[in-house]
Design a binder for this molecule. Structure first.
Ligand code: HEM
Length: 240
């Protein structure tokens, strides 16, 4: 369980509590095993759903509020409605039962299997990509996106053609690896109350900020983006 934890996105409780790994683990085990092994951030007050006690390691909850490892630099509505501005972002692995005090919004999504990439593209991505959480990657962008009904009414082959053959999403993205690391979260199948279809998350060093902006501008000018009906661009910097 411990090995599978993704602490890369700033959801490591030890970072905020200042506990050593040993103390942390001892306390966690004493407190009752897996559910206590730190899938939530003690300092933030964001608690996971208890239930069966199992935490889905592919589920991530993004809590906009007053606490978290990421300080919010800007929240901009690119297409459609904005999201309320907040001071901090807390990235929690697993579910969060209720909005913590001071929280203004909560977005959730799951990582999943690939839908569109070909074998060749997948191999090139694996060869070039870095994982989130490199020490120098102090800049982060969380870009929630919703696509319109027209997009979702298309068939898989039609969407693939728009995504890559027409818009070159992977071709464009590949140019910016490994400077930019990414993680894609899907929200659509979690229920009808999700505000977005995707939560796209990126981190990079300050020296790659300009490159990141260029890439986003390039993607937003493609055919694929004509199907985007809501997009909010949230920029963050790691709290030292
Ligand atoms: C770091 C460079 C990037 C690379 C290498 C990249 C690569 C990819 C790949 C391979 C997929 C498809 C995965 C699959 O087969 O299901 C994908 C999906 C997606 N990407 Fe990117 N991407 C990059 C940057 C971005 C940026 C900057 C945004 C947002 C501004 C973005 C938004 C999305 C969205 C919304 C999807 C889901 C599309 C859908 O399923 O309809 N990507 N990306």
């Amino acid at each position: 369980v411990i090995e599978k934890r993704d602490d890369s996105a700033g959801n490591d409780p030890r970072r905020e509590t200042g506990q050593s790994r040993r103390t942390f683990l001892t306390d966690a085990v004493a407190a009752g095993g897996v559910a206590a092994l730190g899938f939530w951030n003690t300092a933030s007050g964001a608690e996971p759903e208890k239930g069966a006690g199992a935490v889905n390691p592919r589920l991530f909850t993004f809590v906009g509020g007053k606490v978290g490892q990421w300080s919010v630099v800007s929240v901009k509505a690119v297409i459609g409605d904005p999201l309320p501005g907040v001071e901090r972002l807390d990235i929690v692995t697993g579910a969060v039962a209720a909005l913590p005090e001071g929280g203004k919004w909560m977005l959730r999504g799951v990582t999943s299997n690939d839908r569109y990439v070909t074998r060749d593209e997948k191999d090139r991505l694996i060869e070039k990509q870095a994982a989130l959480g490199r020490p120098e990657a102090t800049q982060m962008a969380l870009i929630p996106i919703r696509k319109n009904a027209k997009w979702w009414a298309l068939t898989q082959d039609e969407r693939r053609a728009l995504f890559e053959e027409k818009s070159k999403h992977v071709t464009i993205g590949l140019k910016y690896l490994p400077g930019v690391a990414r993680r894609l979260h899907h929200c659509r199948d979690l229920g009808d109350s999700e505000l977005f279809d995707f939560l796209t998350l990126f981190d990079f060093a300050t020296t790659d900020s300009k490159a990141f902006d260029d890439m986003v501008a390039e993607l937003r000018a493609t055919e694929e983006w004509k199907f985007v009906e809501r997009e909010v661009d949230i920029r963050l910097v790691r709290v030292s």
